[in-house]
Design a protein around this ligand. Structure first.
Ligand code: ZN
Length: 405
């Protein structure tokens, strides 16, 4: 979905304008809270009367609450506004084997989170998840839930909202969104995990000023979310950004997508475990976390496995920097814990892949909550951002008479 850069949006007229202006004001409150109506008018360029109308509506809808009353010289006491943190979102990071479910407020703070096993059958997985969601909603009955945000390792057809490509989950075309919606009666948003992380960067991170960046999520596979010219690149059927499944060697190991030698076969958590088993000549069942623990205790085979993995990630990123020349690449996943030790391997490869000028910055995402935080952004985008019809109208206006202003 295209996003409007609220900080630069011109003030418009008519219904379209009212929706855009509402988004502008809500987003300004989110970013600058607590903020007074006078400051909202000054920063947005909107008339003070317009700001008063919009904020009154937002308070009625309980998106915004009046905060502390300020003190100014000459006895004026402006009322500061902030987001209502009793509005909340149910967040889900769906992964093969184990998923994470939690509750976050609309500021992106997590109130609770827990893990649950992911069934290999999508129908059973949807039932389990819906039951967990209903339980969390009951436990947090003091909150007003605005919807469910789900990030998953796969691609969702924007039109049908069906899951159309999820090789690491092993799920064929399935209406996961419909199943959760039916079982919970809540609004559900589904998004590819890497795309969700890109949205999180824009909403909660430092991505506001960066217009070209790529998020690389490394887990069981490798996903990429491509944010170019200030927008998420979707491509045909939402399939843009599958760098993880570009074959680097047609004779390489088999990939879950049916191909061979894909980037993720060399750079994912699973790849690191394979390297470890090869080097240690063992077949013990290990998780990626176990492997990192072994590396931290000085285990040679584990150190070698991580080194190979990081090098492969860097080599694959050369495709991204050469093709898209992003300003920044953000890496998400458990592996970021090892960044101080191995990150330079990735940075070196990326620098080699850049053809001219300053190479893209590579940085690990802050904390390990990026995937869950992305789902908060996903649901908020639907409320804070203008709807697609509105965006279409805006594009028509700006292409046509430029009657905006
Ligand atoms: Zn593949």
């Amino acid at each position: 979905m295209k996003r409007i850069d609220f900080t630069n949006t011109q003030v418009a007229s008519s219904q379209t304008a009212r929706n855009i202006n509402r988004g502008v004001v809500l987003n300004l409150i989110r970013r600058r809270q607590p903020i007074s109506r006078a400051d909202l008018a000054r920063v947005s360029g909107l008339q003070r009367s317009t700001v008063s109308l919009i904020t009154a509506q937002l308070i009625r809808e309980r998106w915004v609450i009046p905060g502390p009353v300020g003190r100014l010289p000459r006895g004026r006491r402006p009322m500061f506004l902030r987001l209502n943190d009793r509005k909340a979102i149910l967040v889900v990071d769906l992964r093969p084997n184990e998923s994470r479910v939690g509750v976050a407020d609309i500021n992106g703070n997590f109130l609770c989170q827990e893990t649950m096993t992911t069934s290999s059958d999508p129908r059973v997985a949807a039932e389990d998840l819906a039951a967990r969601i209903c339980h969390l909603r009951e436990v947090h009955s003091e909150l007003v839930f605005e919807g469910v945000g789900i990030s998953l390792p796969g691609r969702v057809d924007e039109k049908t909202q069906h899951l159309i490509f999820a090789p690491n989950l092993g799920w064929a075309d399935f209406d996961f969104k419909g199943a959760i919606k039916k079982a919970t009666g809540m609004r559900v948003e589904l998004e590819n995990a890497a795309n969700a992380c890109a949205l999180a960067e824009v909403w909660f991170g430092h991505g506001e000023k960066v217009r070209d960046f790529v998020v690389v999520t490394v887990s069981e596979g490798i996903g990429t979310g491509v944010f170019l010219n200030g927008q998420l690149a979707r491509g045909l059927k939402g399939m843009a950004g599958e760098f993880g499944h570009v074959s680097l060697d047609p004779d390489g190991p088999a990939c879950t997508c049916g191909g061979r030698g894909c980037w993720e076969v060399y750079g994912s958590n699973r790849a690191a475990l394979r390297y470890y088993h090869e080097a240690s000549q063992t077949q013990e069942a290990l998780s990626f976390r176990d492997l990192m623990g072994l590396a931290n205790s000085g285990n040679e085979a584990a150190l070698l496995a991580l080194e190979k993995m990081f090098l492969a990630i860097g080599r694959g990123m050369r495709m991204i920097v050469t093709a898209l020349a992003p300003e920044e690449i953000v890496v998400v996943g458990e592996l970021t814990r090892q960044w101080p030790q191995f990150g330079s391997l990735v940075e070196k490869e990326v620098a080699l892949g850049f053809l001219a000028g300053r190479p893209s910055r590579v940085r690990p995402a802050e904390g390990e909550m990026a995937r869950l935080r992305g789902t908060v952004a996903l649901v908020l985008q639907k409320h804070f951002g203008p709807s697609e019809e509105v965006q279409k109208e805006v594009e028509e206006i700006s292409l046509g008479s430029r009657a905006v202003g």
